[in-house]
Write a protein that binds this ligand. Sequence first.
Ligand SMILES: [Zn+2]
Length: 448
Amino acid sequence: MTSPYTWLTANVVFPLQERLKRHSTVAARRDMEQSQWWDPDRVAALQLRRLRALLPNAAHVPYYRDLFARHRFDPAAVRSVQDLQGLPFLTKSLIRSHTEALKHPQAQGLARFNTGGSSGEPLIFFIGRERVSHDVASKWRATRWWDVDIGDPEVVVWGSPIELGAQDRVRLWRDALMRTSLLPAFEMSQAKLDGFVAHIRQRRPKMLFGYPSALSHIARHAEKQGIAMDDLGIKVAFVTSERLYDDQRRDIARVFGCKVANGYGSRDAGFIAHECPSGGMHVTAEDVVVELVDRDGRVVAPGTAGEIVVTHLATRDFPFIRYRTGDIAVMDPQRCACGRGLPLLKEIQGRSTDFVVAADGTVMHGLALVYVVRDLPGVESFKVVQHSREHTSVQLVVSGAFDRVGIDSIVAGFKRRLGAQVHVDVELVQHIAPEKSGKFRYIVSHVA
Ligand SMILES: [Zn+2]
């Protein structure tokens, strides 16, 4: 049942706020609530129509104008999404070296974003007004699949103050919700965990939102302390940004007495897919074209695992066309039992994030260290390895823009979080090898 407050927020306050920001979120969400029920062919036709609108527009963007010319790619001649294969991929490294050239000359409301938390490769990019509206709308739609709405009380377990900068997607969402409270996910000391459990009990949220590692950590802590959390009326826990393991899903569901809804996406790649109550991972096909490619960049056969490459259709201001995510998935040819015509992804193997342990035993989210490194200019990629509580090392791949003073700030930043006595060594390398699995892990802890 919808409370009057939630009704007012979802129908009056939020739409008004979005109109003031000149976002078209409300209209976008309304359209998407219709199109999700269309049959797959009709969804595909809409997707193609939007792609055919995006590509000629991209021809006015300096980077793509050159790219199209070099590859003799005629955006007006595109007849299917397969025609995208005539274009090379967009990578983090290309965005880094062509940031200005990727801006549309008539871009509207470009906002600067900084990410790298999920890949170990820092990235600065821009998002226009159209894209903000669409990303918020797709998230809003997915929330409503679970019978919760903007304005329902929510507890968010999330990253650092940097992550919560004014232009952050999470922040936008939090602003929108207005009944959201935030718990910093970094420090997971016993005292902090006690505080988180008490906060959730007192707030009685209808939904939780956060990293699966952090939510399951809080759940297990409550259970160990014998504190019941399944009597608060929590309907659903939305998890994102990390791979969701089965035991995490089980623990979160059992302890909070709620459903767990997995989401896949990132600020750079967009809101790619979200789980529905029937268990399908639905692609936001109205906004995102997903291609799966093999190691050599060729589109894989149906049913085969491949790297997720996305073209975001609401990016006319700063186009993301064939953007490599580094994550692996398989397309599911089945139609979901819920009846939605949006295509399904299965077995998304996103990168995992580990916890690290400070010298005094405090458990922290690995992102606490990632943020120290990723904001330094000239850092191309990095990997943090915690060998023991007393010793952590960092490998860095840097460009000419890197200043060696950065090494001192990494050491100082790590000591601040892990303890002054911890030995931190920083090594500059040419290349960082992926794990045996082929996945890149940017933070690895050998401390149990
Ligand atoms: Zn479904």
